[in-house]
Structure formats: C-alpha cells, structure tokens
Write a protein that binds this ligand. Structure first.
Ligand code: 1PR
Length: 583
C-alpha cells in the first residue's frame, strides 16, 4: 500500500489528483504508526523547510520516518520532501533535517561567479534534468528523460559535488549553478522538481517510481562537473479573467483597458463571454501552456470564499491540468457583517486545498505597501519600501503570512498600473521619481509625441488609483516576501499593441524576483520582444509572459508563440511526452 505523508501545509491536492489520474490508490498517514504500515511512502513537501521539519517533529513522524527509510522500503520525496533528507538547510539554520544525505541545502546565489549574470531567486520554471554518465538505465527506469522539461519552484538547492555523486541520479543547471535535482540511492528516490506539475513528462516519473518492484542494479557514479550556463525555459502563461455574467453564469471574459462589457452589437453592454473557464483552461493545457492563471476579477465586491463556484471550478481544473495553476482575486483580510474576522491566509489556504499552486494578490498588496511606507516614514527610513528595516515588518499582511506558511514561490503579486503623464509645467511627485520614464505618448490625439509619465498602482480592477508607484509596489512586496510579480498594464490591456516594455524593464530592474509580463500581446513577435534582455534591466530577461485575448480568440496559438521564441534562440518547453496509461 502506498501512503502519503501530509503534515498539513502546502498544496498536496495536485499530487493526489495526479495519483488518481494515473489510477494508483493511496492512504494518508494519519498517525505515526501508519508509516510502518506503508509498502511505499511519498512525502510531498511544500513550503518552508522549518515548517515541514517542525511539523514532522511535532506530529511524532521523525523517528518512524527514519526507521521506515532504514528498513529499505521505497521512499519518494518531492521538493521539500527531498530537502528534508539532507542534514539541514540554510533556510532555517537551527532546524535539523533527517540527515540521510550527507550535505546541506543552501540558497541559490543571485549572481554568477563572475558577477556578470543575475538570476531570479526563487528559481521558478521548467528546466532539464541530466542523468550521470553511464546511468541512463536507472534514469529511464524512473521515467526520466533528458530531453524533457520539469517544473521547479525553489530558492534553496543542494550543490552537485563529488561527495554527492553516489546519491545523484539527476542534476540541473540554474545559471552557473549545478545542483542535485534527483536523489536516488538504494530505496530512496526524490525529486527537487514537481512531477505532479510537470505535465505528461512529470506524470511519467511518478508512474515510473510507483511501478518499481525491486532495487535497481547499482552503477558506480562518478562526478562529472557541468560548465554550461543555463536558464529555465521562458514560460508562456494563459490567463482567464473570470466573473459572473448578467445571467449569473461563471464565464471567461476579456476587457479592453479592463472594461469587460461589449461596446456594440446585439450584446452591447453585456459582459463579454469568451467561453467556459474549465474548458478553456483544459484547451490551453493541451496546447502547451506552461502555466494557467484564473483571476476572479470581481471578487473585490465580496469575500472570495463566499464565491463557492470559483472553488469548484478550481477543483475541476486541478484534477485535469498538470501544470501550475495560479488563482487570484479577493485574497485579503475580510470581516463578516457579523464581525467574524477572516485573514487572507484562510482564503489562500482554501485555494491551495482546492488545487492552486500559487495565489495572486492584487488590491491587498497595494494596501500592504501603503502601510509599510507609513511605518518606514515613522521610522525615518525613506520612501523605498524595498529598503524597509526589519522593524517595519510586522507580519500582519497576507503576503507575509502566506509566504511564510507556503513559501515565497507560492505568492504572486498582480500589479495593475496605469500611466500618469507628466505634461510640461507639471512635476513628478518626488516619491515617484523612480518610476518616471520617457517615451512616446499613446493618448488619443497626442500619439507619437515625446512624453514622460510615471506608473501609478490601482486597486479594485483599476477602479481606484493610489499614491503608490509601480517601483515602490514591486520593491515593497518583494521585501514582504512575494516570490513573483505579474505586471499588467491598464493602458495596454486588450490592445494587441504589444507589451509595455518600458514598464516591464522598470520593474525587472527594480527587483530580484521572477517577473511575468502581461497585457497587450497581439502577435508572437511581441513575446520575443518582451523577453529580450535590455540595458535598462542590467542585461536580465524576464521569466514569463502572459496573454489572454489572442489565445481566447484563437488569433495566435501557444505553439506559434513558442516557435517564435525558439527561432530567437530562447529555450521553451516543447514536450513530446505522452501521459502514462491509467492502470
Ligand atoms: O485585487 O486581489 O481582488 O485581484 C483582482 C485581480 O483581477 C487582479 O489580478 C486584477 O489584475 C484582475 N482584474 C480586475 N479587474 C479586471 C478587469 O479586466 N476588469 N483583470 C482584472 C485584469 C489583466 C490580465 C489580462 C491581461 C492580458 N486583467 O488578467 O488577462 O491584461 O490581456 P490581453 O492579453 O488580452 O491584453 P484583487
């Protein structure tokens, strides 16, 4: 019998969905004594290292887990479930790991050894796994393929060293760092990547491990250093803006500058209906989307958890889509009319339990940075929330609480900026000078003229503009613990005119975390353009680009976008893997 170890944090729904899809039955470990009943044990760790290890200790699982592994029965760990095998992690220096693999896990470096290339940390994306020389047979036995891409989300890694060679079945390169991405030694198998989120290629790995019936012939593994510089693929995200239409049905809609009502014709005035959310998302998964995002665009009106159809939609989508799912809208603290307080963490928790891998926070992030700026001012710390002192962090925001519980990679902040033009005679508010750019005017009647503007952040789907600029917001939420930024543009939304590269470059240059460009994609060349590293960003590229309208209207396919990027020499995920047949 296969047992799953759930310590109560993190999204394990995706994994259970994968196992069900593959037809493998499992039981939950509910008590330390269950561990001894297992013939196979799977530990899908998600979140922070200390959260996982402390939970294992508190529940009394540590010793039974060590005894289980020592007994020679098969163990598979995923992500933190792999890192738990090590002696410890710099993520929580005072917390010990299981001590089975003789090394420590350390944080990725932001720069390469020569300090010329900068990479985002966390590492979020699809990368390859290389099997050690001469050990291809073992890799194949576990369903691993060297020309496939697997989905990673982590800030900490075990560096690939000669001491770890006997433990290493796969290595992955992030920038100039080569790390252990698959551990395999006797009965222990573990992946740093998420097989349950790696499409058909990942399901093949899960299935491969589950189908192992005995120990593999052991091949001596020698250390082969890697010297290439490699980044993950550029990700293409399909986005579905979801809301109820005037008939009360949940539909995918699409706006122009956030106005989602039809402007003319028989349906003039109605909410634009682009299709059914789950069906569209399944189509994008089949067409090769690297990620799917659902944004509940009217949830600012009510409490998100009052919106049960959104949760139902997410559950159904997660049961059939095996790439990362992000859900946004309404993730904020809320007080019921009866006075009951619900923290944003509760909303996130419900979304993770329903199958989300990341949550996206919009309006609440602006309020969080406004409060951070107030605390910085009170402490005399200036107007850059990215440089806020520790004493300004009070752990009372959803961003901080969710990222502590689930890891920063699970927290995306969705920014809805709007250009504020600074015409001759006007001056830029000094606090927003960092977000000032110069370029050509796009306002009706002034197109093409030289202009300057800054980017103000908005809330409630662009309905209210706040006195926080995009650089302050980006740096503030990074300081609070967000792992990724989704940069929309109200000016470009639905325009097909291309991404606002000045906006994207501004943000890329201001933060070290992963950046997703959004709004305005009209043709494949727009993606190639936004991924181009430019001087303004210190030579760094962004990690992902998102589109909605062109995909919904079938004007451009995800395959065409990836083809254009591949022609440009950029790595993209083009999988040939076939889902394993259900048993
Ligand atoms: O503020 O935490 O409740 O989150 C609300 C979320 O809903 C935010 O992420 C916000 O961006 C989003 N949202 C709110 N109103 C709208 C609207 O359109 N009326 N959608 C909205 C934002 C932007 C993208 C869009 C891209 C690409 N939509 O989702 O898909 O612009 O479009 P394109 O490729 O067609 O140009 P909270």
């Amino acid at each position: 019998m296969l047992y799953l170890l759930d310590y109560g944090a993190g999204n394990i729904q995706s994994l259970t969905n994968s196992l069900e899809r593959l037809g493998h039955h499992f039981e939950w470990v509910r008590d330390p004594s269950d561990i001894d009943k297992a013939d196979k044990l799977l530990f899908p760790g998600v979140g922070a290292f200390d959260t996982a290890m402390n939970a294992l200790a508190q529940e009394g699982y540590l010793e039974p887990l060590r005894a289980y592994i020592a007994s020679g029965r098969p163990y598979m760990g995923i992500c933190v479930g792999m890192q738990a095998l090590f002696e410890g992690s710099d993520e929580s220096p005072d917390v010990a790991g299981l001590g089975i693999v003789p090394a420590r896990v350390k944080r990725f470096a932001q720069y390469d050894a020569t300090h010329t290339h900068k990479k985002a940390v966390p590492h979020i994306g699809w990368s390859r796994v290389q099997a050690p020389e001469g050990d291809d047979a073992a890799a194949r036995a576990f369903g691993l393929k060297k020309d496939e891409w697997y989905y990673f989300v982590h800030s900490y890694r075990a560096a690939y060293t000669p001491e770890l060679a006997p433990w290493t079945l796969g290595t992955t390169q992030y920038g100039d760092e080569s790390y252990v991405s698959v551990v395999q030694h006797h009965n222990v198998f573990a992946t740093q990547f998420h097989p349950e989120k790696s499409g058909a290629a990942g399901l093949a790995v899960l299935d491969g491990w589950l189908r192992q019936t005995g120990p593999l012939a052991s091949v001596p593994r020698t250390f082969v250093p890697h010297s290439t510089y490699a980044l993950p693929t550029r990700r293409i995200v399909a986005c579905l803006d979801v809301r109820s239409n005037d008939q009360g049905d949940l539909v995918v809609t699409k706006g122009e500058s956030y106005d989602v009502r039809e402007r003319s014709g028989d349906t003039g005035g109605e909410v634009r209906n682009m299709g059914k959310p789950v069906e569209l998302a399944q189509r994008y998964y089949a067409e090769g989307a690297d990620e799917v995002a659902f944004l509940n665009i009217t949830s600012f009106r009510n409490w998100a958890l009052g919106d049960q159809p959104m949760l139902a939609l997410l559950r159904v989508a997660a049961a059939t889509i095996f790439v990362p799912l992000t859900i946004g809208g309404g993730i904020r603290d809320f007080t019921d009319p009866d006075g009951t307080f619900h923290p944003a963490l509760d909303v996130a928790h419900a979304y993770f339990r329903a199958g989300a891998d990341k949550v996206s926070i919009g309006s609440e992030a602006v309020s969080a940075v406004e409060r951070l700026l107030e605390r910085c001012a009170a402490l005399g710390a200036g107007a850059d929330p990215g440089a806020a002192p520790d004493t300004a962090l009070t752990n009372d925001t959803g961003i901080e609480q969710i990222s502590h519980m689930y890891g920063s990679q699970a927290v995306v902040v969705s920014i809805d900026p709007k250009r504020v033009y600074v015409d001759e005679g006007d001056s830029v508010p000094p606090a927003h000078a960092a977000s000032l750019v110069r370029g050509v005017d796009e306002r009706a009647g002034r197109e093409g003229q030289p202009a300057q503007w800054w980017y103000a952040c908005t809330i409630k789907g662009g309905r209210e503009t706040r006195d926080v600029d995009v650089v302050q917001l980006a740096r503030g939420v990074e300081r609070l613990g967000a792992g990724e930024l989704l940069i929309n543009s109200i000016d470009r939304d639905g325009s097909n005119a291309g991404f606002d590269t000045q906006l994207i470059d501004l943000v890329r240059g201001a933060v070290d975390i992963s950046v997703i460009a959004s709004s305005g994609a009209g043709k494949p060349a727009h993606f190639a353009e936004v991924f181009e590293p430019r001087g303004a960003t210190g030579g760094a590229s962004i990690e992902a680009a998102l589109a909605a309208g062109i995909f919904h209207r079938r004007e451009v396919s995800i395959g065409e976008v990836k083809e254009a990027l591949a022609q440009q020499g950029l790595p993209v995920r083009q999988s040939t893997a076939v889902e394993p047949v259900r048993t």
